[in-house]
Design a protein around this ligand. Sequence first.
Ligand code: SF4
Length: 92
Amino acid sequence: MGVWRGLAGMCICVDCRWVDRCQAYHAVERQHAVPHLCAHPDIQPDQPRIHVQVLDLPDGAVGVEWDVRACASFLVDPGRWQRLRPGEPLPV
Ligand code: SF4
């Protein structure tokens, strides 16, 4: 199976069937300090490619952005994250 690649600047996990069971996405949530979709994810994805970007923030602060940009385990399920968190803004 090939590695699915998303658009530049987008985390593909928000449209993935496994987002609430995935150990890689769980790590991304931890890096972003956001609530986990699942406390104990049981799926270890194949070849997730995590893009790490250092951002300049106001007042000289520095932020780090983590996004999964490609993954061989990706299974398309459009809007899955949003259905799990209705009404909340999509993580970017
Ligand atoms: S795309 Fe890969 S890393 Fe992201 S939720 Fe799906 S299986 Fe996990």
